[in-house]
Structure formats: structure tokens, C-alpha cells
Design a protein around this ligand. Sequence first.
Ligand code: ADE
Ligand code: ZN
Ligand code: ZN
Length: 291
Amino acid sequence: WGALGHQSVGYVAQQFLAPNALSFVQSSLGSTYSESLGPAATWADDVKSQKAYSWSSALHYVDAEDNPPSSCSVSESRDCGSGQCILTAIANYTTRIAQTSLSAAQRQEALKFLDHFLGDIGQPLHVEAKEVGGNDIDAICGGKSTNLHAAWDTGILTTNVDANHGSSAQTYANDLVARIQSGTYKSLTSSWLSCTSTTEPASRKRSIETDLFEHISARATITPLECPLVWAQESNAYDCSVVFSYKSGQDLCTGSYYNAAVPVIDLQIAKQGYRLAAWLNVIFDGATNLP
Ligand code: ADE
Ligand code: ZN
Ligand code: ZN
């Protein structure tokens, strides 16, 4: 996502933090980031083009090598073969944020990476390898030339937030939070926290809480986490159902494609914000503390 999408994920998450998670977020981020996951969510994109952080650019995606729109799947062993992808990044920064032996600066960095990567893993084109995540696929948005990846990172999202959510990440996040608390998402939220994949064996199905307890208690830098893989599979499935369903020359930011994409984007932003809060709540408060 672009800045608007990432900030919105952060602002959604901020509203669901449990007491200890909120305290950590506020003191870790401080006034630099207005003590909020919203403003801090874009830091990882700001640094990835800097020489000192060029190693981090591969951590924003996983190049799932299946072939959308005909076939979609994600395999950690196949698609994160080098061990440098968004799945291992989430595992690594989850370990680091929980490590009290690390410095405040190191733990703030881990928080900023998690804040960002839990957003990116919800973007279907960050979980897809075709044409470099759609960056090399020409597209049109609102009459302007762009590419498929940028249309999803920013074009469709900005069009929607301008038209329906006051052109503001805060307002957009508030509208999504209202759907979570009392609207169309209310009945879905418990399923968002159960990392039950359709493709994994039953033995690997678990809740966010079980997944994190096992990971953190293992105290290894990288032990497998099931939830991020399930999130990646959900995102990747949208490549087959929605993202690649365009006709050549079609404007992606208006009409039928836009109308199909907006509900997916709203859902993915809301869901990943909610999951980010649950993730931090388990780490700092020992439970998701969410309905
Ligand atoms: N570079 C290579 N694959 C990518 C993807 N899926 N998303 C963003 N950047 C990428
Ligand atoms: Zn992107
Ligand atoms: Zn990113």
C-alpha cells in the first residue's frame, strides 16, 4: 500500500490496543510519531530506498510463484526460498519486539516494521510474483496511465477515500472501526483472529494466541508462524478472484472493476489493522483482548 493505506491500517489498530500494548506503543513511538501506529506505519517505505536499509526492500512482499488468475497459492518453502520475505520478516520482528534485552531503538524499529508489514501482507499484489507484483503491468486509473500494482497500492484506495471517507486516513480508519464494532464486519472479526487455512493440515490450525505463544516461547530468531501464512494465502486468493479480472484498456478506478476492488480493499485494510492490534495485544497483554 501507499501512505494512505498504511496509515489507515495503523489508525485502525491503534483503536483496539489493550492497556500494555498501548503503553508500549505510546512510549516507544513517542512524540515523533504522535504516539500512534498511524503515522509510524510508513517509516518502512521511507527507509527502504536508503542505502543503509536496502536489505529491507525484499521484506515487503512474498513472490508467490503460482499463476493468477488461473491458479493461486502460497508456499513458504517455495516462495520464500531465500528466507528473505514478508513471512520471515514478520516472524523476526515479532521475536525482536518481545525481546526486552534489545534497546528501545531496536524495539521501536521492530514495531515500525510490524506496523508496516501487517499492512503490506494484506495487499494482494504483495503476495504475487507475476510481472514483479504487477509493477510491470500497464494500467489506467481515472484516465491516467499507471501500473496494476500502483492502482492497488494507491489509485483505487485514494479514489475511494476521497469519494467516501473525507480524504483522510483518520476518517477512513474511523469508518472501518465503526464497521468492526457495530457494522458489516462485526460478525467476521472472530474468524479474522483464527488462522485457519484451507490448505494447511488440521494439525497446523491455531489461533493468533497459540501461534504467538509457541513462537515467542521458542525464543529462536525465526520459528514458523502459521497466521502470516494464512493471511498471505487470503490476500493471494484475491489475485485469482478480483485483481487480475480486468479487460485490457479498462479503467481500474471507475466502473465495474473499481466497484469490485473497493470492498476487497476496505476489508483488507480493516482486517489487517484489527490483526495488528490482536498481535500486539497477545505480545504485551497475553491475550488478543478483542471480541
Ligand atoms: N518486487 C518483486 N515482487 C514484488 C511484489 N510482489 N510486490 C512489490 N514489489 C515486488
Ligand atoms: Zn506496493
Ligand atoms: Zn511496503
